[in-house]
Design a protein. Sequence first.
Length: 94
Amino acid sequence: MALHESSNGSEFATALAGELPRLVHLATRLVRDADEAEDVMQEAYVRAYACLDQFEGRAKFSAWLTKIAVHEASARRRRQARVRRTSNEGVAPA
């Protein structure tokens, strides 16, 4: 797939549209919140587009995009856990 050769991004948008339902479902399962899942997917799409020149075609585009989405969801969960930990540190034990 020669997505990186598309100068207007229309091939990229078409490829993403085909993957959207599956990836939103995956992200929702990973972050356990539909709104967060949408944020995860938006960030994953931005990252994928920015790194499109690194897609070598050795794997399917869907697998490459899935990996980016999983990494973003994992990073989001780690950030959320850090925020919860820091906000709980200021609470006096009962």
